[in-house]
Design a binder for this molecule. Structure first.
Ligand SMILES: [Zn+2]
Ligand SMILES: [Zn+2]
Length: 150
């Protein structure tokens, strides 16, 4: 087998990208912080109020104009992966507090802890499912729907 020469110097951009992702992941893992979970009505997707914990941004490269256009970030539905652009006031008000019954991942290894997470967080009562902002455990919304006369 002949080793290709110059592999140390010439790095494919793919590996640089992977390294960046790993660095971000390790940082997240060492400094667990609640990440923002937005509850939005997924109108064009599943039609329910669902957690949107990730955003996507599709950069379009216009070669002719030599510019990269960065459109507004789109919130991605955790249930159906439908992405919708954020609008002002689109977030559903969190009006009930639920306790996380999920088992967080152990700090080391990939097994889940036997302890329940127990974190409390506020969610809209209309949400079809809720996502714990600390350990990303998803569970059905156990909160009763808020009274209609409120
Ligand atoms: Zn959806
Ligand atoms: Zn939790």
């Amino acid at each position: 087998m002949v080793e290709p020469s110059g592999t140390e110097q010439r790095e494919p951009t793919g590996w640089a990208f992977v390294r960046m992702m790993v660095r971000e992941f390790v940082h997240e893992w060492r400094h667990p912080t609640p990440f923002p979970v937005r509850y939005l009505r997924c109108d064009d997707g599943c039609g329910r109020v669902t957690p949107h914990s990730s955003i996507q941004r599709i950069y379009t490269l216009r070669v002719a104009e030599r510019e990269v256009a960065a459109p507004p970030a789109e919130a991605v539905c955790d249930e159906c992966r439908h992405a919708q652009p954020r609008t002002v006031g689109d977030e559903i008000t969190a009006d009930v507090t639920v306790t996380c019954t999920g088992h967080p991942f152990r700090r080391f290894g990939s097994k889940r802890s036997r302890r329940t997470c127990g974190q409390q967080f506020a969610v809209p009562g209309t949400a079809s499912s809720v996502l714990c902002p600390w350990r990303a455990t998803s569970q059905p919304n156990p909160a009763p729907p808020p009274p209609a006369n409120r």
